[in-house]
Design a protein around this ligand. Structure first.
Ligand SMILES: Cc1ncc(COP(=O)(O)O)c(C=O)c1O
Length: 425
């Protein structure tokens, strides 16, 4: 910022003209890159290709006699509950393996709670005038879309370096019975890559809600998505902490293999207390006879056990590290003085902050030059970033060469938007 802020209007104008000239060169390149969503790259998915040929006719009947090709076993096959439980730090009885999308489970749980209530709650959420959710920001747009869809009011909670602002959360949760839940991505959060500290997890587990039907939606989507073997974040097991505090019915945990095996074709799980699992199984039994057990078996056969998954994720990390490095290097070289960003140790995103009031303009400029980023504002409830500064960079699905090009363009657009803003001041 220093170099631009020390320029007078004429100098800024001159700078803008030369930046716009460079921008025109990019437009002429007719780029077509999409960095809007956290998708795995083709090479990552190919790592799990062997899964599709790992089952033979002899595998169709499980040790307990279940034929995986037939209906039934709503909670998921025992082998899959064990594998997902081991990955989530839960016992198999605390896990339901359902379908291939954890977001779908989250939607279902909000829906059931809204129309029929949660275990232990006197009324469905819809009976509350203006039910509310706490939303750590910046956060995951699809979480916010679910609560917006049900007309649940969203209260923003600022993220700190070690997780969301717990003072604020405690005060809302303990004083307001219309606060029904909170969205959390506790490890390598989307988009900031922040992992909640032990203290934050403990305070979360010890929340004393005014509502009798409050739930923590603990979306551990990036639980095993470490970039570095020797420098990984550690997340405390919230269920263990809840059990110590006697609050185990207050948390719903989510996990999936969407970014381990196949996105949209993976295995997704819900983790909860046994009382919740019993209650939710009954609710689920209205909507399905059972999820895809063949897919569960594919996963169990291919990965074997938790260690098998962790070994597989090392291969993902090897593909992703150069991508994150490429983006981070260019950002550092180009815009260190006019923007800020996080340096994640895992997950799928880099959270990037422009000078206040510039994000929308940057995203629009990138789009006009052929690079689609996540919409500015998407990381906030209702798509409205009060500072218009946060941009989520998703570096996983494009090649390193394309990323270099796209990030250099992004930096150029950040410079243009910053100079324009200063000229307006
Ligand atoms: C935090 C978070 N939760 C959930 C999902 C989606 O998970 P699934 O594919 O299991 O529905 C994503 C995908 O980007 C995510 O970032």
């Amino acid at each position: 910022m220093s170099s631009y802020t020390s320029m007078n209007a004429a100098e800024l104008q001159e700078e803008l003209s030369s930046l716009m000239q460079l921008y025109k060169d990019y437009q002429e390149m007719k780029l077509s890159l999409n960095m809007s969503r956290g998708r795995p790259a083709k090479e990552q998915m190919e790592l799990a290709q062997g899964m599709l040929s790992c089952l033979g006719p002899e595998d169709m009947t499980l040790v307990n006699g279940t034929d995986v090709r037939n209906y039934g076993v709503l909670e998921g096959i025992p082998e899959a509950r064990k594998l997902m439980g081991d990955l989530m730090g839960l016992r198999p009885e605390e896990v339901i393996v359902c379908g291939s999308s954890s977001l779908n489970i989250m939607y279902d749980l909000v829906s059931h709670a809204y129309t029929h209530g949660v275990y232990g709650g006197a009324n469905p959420w819809c009976k509350t005038d203006h039910p509310k959710f706490l939303c750590p920001v910046p956060g995951y747009d699809r979480h916010f879309a679910i609560t917006e869809y049900f007309g649940i009011d969203m209260i923003q909670i600022p993220m700190k370096a070690d997780g969301p602002d717990m003072d604020l959360i405690e005060s809302y949760v303990s004083s307001d019975p219309s606060v029904k839940g909170i969205w959390c991505v506790p490890k390598y959060s989307n988009p900031q890559g922040i992992t909640y500290s032990d203290e934050v997890v403990r305070r979360m587990a010890r929340l004393k809600p005014a509502a009798d039907d409050f739930r923590i939606f603990w979306d551990n989507a990036y639980a095993v998505h470490d970039l570095y073997e020797d420098d990984q974040d550690h997340l405390l097991n919230i269920m263990d902490e809840c059990k110590k505090a006697g609050t185990e019915n207050q948390v719903y945990e989510f996990f999936s293999t969407s970014k381990i095996s196949f996105a949209g074709g993976g295995m997704a799980a819900l983790g909860a207390s046994e009382a919740n699992i019993r209650h939710l199984s009954q609710q689920f039994s209205v909507q399905t006879i059972g999820w895809n057990k063949l897919n569960m078996l594919f996963h169990v056969k291919f990965f074997g056990d938790r260690q098998g998954v962790l070994d597989h994720m090392k291969k993902h990390a090897a593909l992703l590290r150069p991508k994150f490095a490429a983006v981070l290097d260019i950002l550092k070289q180009e815009v260190a003085d006019i923007a800020s960003w996080n340096v994640p140790k895992g997950g799928y995103f880099i959270s990037f902050d422009t000078m206040e009031g510039c994000a929308k303009r940057v995203v629009a400029l990138c789009k006009e030059a052929g690079v689609v980023l996540t919409g500015a504002g998407a990381t906030y409830p209702y798509g409205k970033d009060p500072h218009d500064s946060n941009i989520r960079i998703a570096p996983t699905s494009v090649s390193v060469e394309e990323l270099r090009l796209a990030t250099t363009l992004l930096c150029l657009c950040v410079k243009i938007a910053t100079v324009e803003k200063l000229l307006q001041a």
